[in-house]
Design a protein around this ligand. Sequence first.
Ligand code: FAD
Length: 355
Amino acid sequence: MKDAIIVGFGLAGFHCALELQKHKKDFLIITNEREGASKNAGGVFNPTVLKRYTMSWRGEEFFDQAISTYSFFEEKYNINVFQKIPIIYYFNQLSNHNDWTVASNRKGLDRFLSPLINTDANKGINDNFGYAKLQNVGKLDISKTLEGFKKKLDSNSFSQKEFDYGELKFINNKIEYKNVKARYIVFCEGFQLKRNPWFSYLPLEGSKGEFLHIRSKVLSQKKIIKAGLFIVPIEKDLFWVGANFDRKDKTSKPTKSGKDWILVKLKSFLDSPFEVVDHKAAIRPTVKDRRPLLGAHPKQKNLYIFNGLGSRGVLMGPLLAKWMYKFVFEKKKLYPELAIDRFETYFSNPKNIDV
Ligand SMILES: Cc1cc2nc3c(=O)[nH]c(=O)nc-3n(C[C@H](O)[C@H](O)[C@H](O)COP(=O)(O)OP(=O)(O)OC[C@H]3O[C@@H](n4cnc5c(N)ncnc54)[C@H](O)[C@@H]3O)c2cc1C
């Protein structure tokens, strides 16, 4: 018998499985062919909220665990997936200089916001209001991480199939799925949670993001740029550029308006030729109150959910997985801010909810 079946293999499923593996638990991952959010994300890893020059919710805790988990993974799997490179933050008005300086002196933020403000010009770039550096941050190669992990699993631990909800049976407090018996099942489905018959009552809103891959000869591979949008180095002269936030359109189809939005922002910053080589879109699993969704089904106690990673899956995945493990296997309580119990009324009275 398996300890757990994990449905979905994006960042949530990966961290869930890695945590189980650390505790020598046996699992089966079932995931379909769709890319989901993780394989389309920029991979940026940053605990601060740049829009407000503040720390994100429990940002430092998430940061420390993420560094430890990705280092552990790199060493154990003999793979290089995490790159510590700065984010160069371009100001869009001079008055931001003062806010930045104040924030960079604040305890906690001083670890990340370098106080120095630069105003020297860069070739091929419009930096009218100067820029500053975010340090101790970086990026994760998410696809390489997922592929590296998957490659070392045997066929009893990984199945590339659509999960069929109708085939799940509950027998004597255990579950059975197509002849596989398990103690628990954890749904890590990202935005596809919407199709899940047990957890679709939860207010996962979703936020579509479109992005481009571009080729540029002037941008550097040694830094991430934040200039209205993110420009993230991939390899040689290839860069990930994005992304917008669209809460209305829930499809993963790239649109002309999305592309135009990115191009306008990019052209106002990049004053040199570039070539667009790809344009894609995916949906971030964002929640109404912007907190993750962790917990057990209100009635079927061996059904679990690990979702709601929003736009910070790289940062939050590792510590959330640790908390999830303790919740499932050690019966420790979850923080109320992220436990799905906070949406109990959505379960008991779904008709009254305006999501
Ligand atoms: C454009 C964009 C840019 C982003 N940039 C960043 C960034 O720079 N940094 C950052 O930290 N985060 C970023 N994010 C957010 C990040 O991608 C998410 O937080 C994270 O990837 C969510 O992971 P997940 O595993 O919950 O969902 P997903 O990655 O969507 O994974 C779920 C997987 O489960 C599969 N699945 C679902 N249901 C079933 C089923 N019934 N049967 C079988 N398989 C199933 C899906 O096909 C999918 O492959 C970005 C997101 C987007 C869209």
